[in-house]
Each structure stands twice: as structure tokens, then as C-alpha cells.
Design a protein around this ligand. Structure first.
Ligand SMILES: [Zn+2]
Length: 263
């Protein structure tokens, strides 16, 4: 597996650097991104660093990032960002809001850490997502300018975020995404329903109805014939009833019709 990691914007304070609030985006994307690279390498992932520290313009920064990513045949391109503008929680941008398994796992793993799950959003208009040859996800870890997010981030620590994203990429911890889990549950429910129906059919064919008396339980088409067979000593009860199944009922009907013809 070969994965491109981009530590967001240029370095803090330079042209094209990230947002700052309680946290500094450029610093924290490097804090998380660099450790993420190590975390993935330890798990056998080939990591391509796609971080650009300095650029003359924002566009230059973005095109340099994409050039690094597209120079290799990546399985996945991951851009790490922190959000700003007021809000709470984590979100992941993919092209056309595609539900990439890794993206779903990032949302779930971040939620497990206590961050609000803002879900997968459409990143088609984001340069690095749109221009990436490989499947791409841009992770907004949390909001730099929301106190509760910044506090939670400091509390759980960058390493926990690294594990959340790293395990999402390798798919090691969570074998199934919630969507896959739901699909599987539906599939199993449908299979069970089919099995139940088959079992019912089987039971019906095995548990033959037995008729012991000429009464309302006996099919109407057979009653007259069975009564005639009893009256003429062709069938008789054994003390527990007549013990007739469907085949025997039908036999009584044939005998009765035959006798009527012969009269
Ligand atoms: Zn950003």
C-alpha cells in the first residue's frame, strides 16, 4: 500500500499558512501528519510525503502538493487539515462525497475519541482533492477556533488522532465500516427470511395432516366419500380415529366415484 500524506498548508506564519485560533493549523497538521507518516511506515505502508513548506502563493502551494502526490501511483492521498470558522467536530472531504471506506473509518474513529462526527462531505471543489489522480480524502481534524474542540484535541493528544486516522487508512482496527455492517445485517436478515420460508415449506411437507373424523377439519371434497367408505366397511377407525392422510382421503374419493359408476 502506498499512501501520500500532506501536512496541510505551508508552515505557520508564511504565505499560504493555515488558520489559527486556539490552535495553529499549520503547526498541528505537521504535528499529526509527521507522526502519521511514521505510524503508517511502521505498519508496512509506503509513505510519500506531499507537504510543501514554503510557496510564493497559495496556488503554488496547492499545485506543488498535487504534483508530489501525482508523481507516484498512490493508493490513497490524504491531506490533513484543521477547520476554522466556528463549529464542532471532524469531517472528511472526498471527491463527490464518495464514501471511501477509509474516510468512513476516520469519521467513526474520531467520533470514538469524542469529536462530533460531521461526516463525509463533497470536496470536489477543493484543489488537492479534485486534482489528485488517486482516491483522495481531506481530513479536517477539528476546529482550531472552538474551545471545546481545542480542549478535546489537547486532552486526547495528537497520537490518538494519528491512530484514529492511521488505523482508518490501514483498516486494521475496524474491519467493517458502519455502512458495510448495516449492509451485512440486511443481507443476513434477508437470508434468514428465505431460510424461514424454506423451513416452513419443509415443515408443511413433513407434518402431514391426519384426519381422524369426518368433521369440519376434513376437507369438504373428501367428507362424503370417506363417510361412504366408512358406511361400507372400506375404512374403519382403530379406536383413535380414522388416521387418514391426504393420499388416503383421495383414495376414498376414487373408490367412492368408482362405486358410483359401477352402480
Ligand atoms: Zn486548512
Amino acid at each position: 500500500m502506498i499512501v501520500g500524506i500532506n501536512c496541510g498548508h505551508t508552515v505557520s506564519g508564511s504565505i499560504g499558512s493555515g488558520a489559527s485560533g486556539i490552535l495553529d493549523e499549520s503547526n498541528e497538521t505537521r504535528n499529526v501528519g509527521r507522526r502519521l507518516e511514521e505510524y503508517l511506515q511502521k505498519r508496512g505502508v509506503t509513505v510519500v510525503d506531499c507537504t510543501n513548506d514554503y510557496a510564493a502563493t497559495v496556488n503554488e502551494n496547492l499545485s506543488k502538493i498535487t504534483a508530489m502526490a501525482n508523481a507516484r501511483n498512490l493508493d490513497l492521498f490524504v491531506s490533513i487539515h484543521f477547520n476554522s470558522g466556528g463549529g464542532r467536530g471532524s469531517e472528511v472531504y472526498t471527491y463527490g462525497a464518495r464514501k471511501l471506506a477509509a474516510a468512513e473509518r476516520v469519521c467513526e474513529n474520531m467520533q470514538s475519541l469524542g469529536f462530533v462526527n460531521r461526516g463525509i462531505k463533497d470536496g470536489s471543489s477543493l484543489y488537492v482533492v479534485r486534482r489528485s489522480k488517486a482516491a483522495a480524502m481531506l481530513v479536517e481534524v477539528c476546529f482550531v477556533d472552538t474551545a471545546s474542540d481545542a480542549e478535546l484535541y489537547k486532552k486526547v493528544g495528537a497520537d490518538a488522532v494519528v491512530r484514529a486516522i492511521g488505523d482508518a487508512i490501514t483498516g486494521e482496527k475496524e474491519e467493517l465500516t458502519m455502512t458495510q455492517y448495516d449492509e451485512l445485517k440486511q443481507l443476513i436478515a434477508a437470508q434468514n427470511a428465505k431460510l424461514d420460508a424454506m423451513q416452513n415449506t419443509l415443515n408443511k411437507s413433513q407434518n402431514k395432516m391426519i384426519y381422524n373424523y369426518v368433521d369440519k377439519n376434513m376437507p369438504e371434497w373428501a367428507r362424503e366419500a370417506v363417510q361412504w367408505c366408512m358406511d361400507n366397511g372400506i375404512v374403519a377407525g382403530d379406536g383413535n380415529g380414522l388416521n387418514l392422510d391426504d393420499n388416503k382421503l383421495w383414495t376414498c374419493v376414487i373408490i367412492y366415484r368408482l362405486a358410483s359408476k359401477l352402480k
